[in-house]
Design a protein around this ligand. Structure first.
Ligand code: SF4
Ligand code: SF4
Length: 172
């Protein structure tokens, strides 16, 4: 392969991973619609304050693909690291400093206490592995329109349930 061939190949690879990340960020924003409610629980009721579930550095957990890891690092540059233990992105006052591009495990993480809260108050069965797996699959390119539509419907359903019983959150 000549030099221009290598360049072309590199451009194609970069475009592929950029498209994975574009979808990842879109779906992370969708997930945040739901998390904007559950964070009220975390803020007021967390039994592991002030660290919460960020008790280890999960910020690059599972990012095995070097192209993906490079893009995560590059695009996250706009956020301000705290550089503190246990996770360099964690702030005891503000929580996670990353507004986007958290790892799949960080996005999907709910502890047993909030999972029970969702079940008892909204009849929601939250499956951590399912949510984490969804974001892992986006990074692998193992995704299709049906899966995306299903995910969006699940999130909409959860948000609707929260909207209907907002008082559950205001009482926390
Ligand atoms: S998910 Fe659980 S441990 Fe994590 S911040 Fe919320 S309440 Fe705390
Ligand atoms: S990246 Fe953010 S959510 Fe993940 S462990 Fe660090 S502070 Fe917590």
């Amino acid at each position: 392969m000549n030099i221009s061939g290598i360049k072309h190949k590199k451009t194609k690879i970069a475009a592929k991973y950029h498209s994975f990340l574009k979808l990842y960020i879109e779906q992370e924003n969708k997930m945040n619609e739901m998390l904007s409610y559950t964070m009220i629980y975390c803020h007021n009721k967390c039994h592991m304050k002030p660290i919460g579930c960020c008790s280890s550095d999960w910020s690059e957990h599972g990012l095995k693909n070097r192209h993906i890891l490079k893009l995560f690092r590059k695009l996250r540059g706009i956020a301000k690291k705290t550089g503190k233990e246990p996770c360099p992105w964690h702030s005891t006052k503000k929580g996670c400093m990353l507004k986007m591009l958290k790892t799949p495990v960080c996005i999907g993480m709910f502890c047993p206490s909030i999972i029970s809260f969702l079940k008892d108050n909204f009849a929601i069965k939250y499956d951590r592995a399912e949510f984490t797996g969804y974001f892992e699959n986006i990074l692998k390119g193992n995704i299709n329109k049906n899966k995306i539509d299903h995910f969006n419907r699940v999130i909409d359903k959860m948000v609707n349930a929260f909207e209907k019983k907002k008082s559950v959150f205001t009482r926390l």
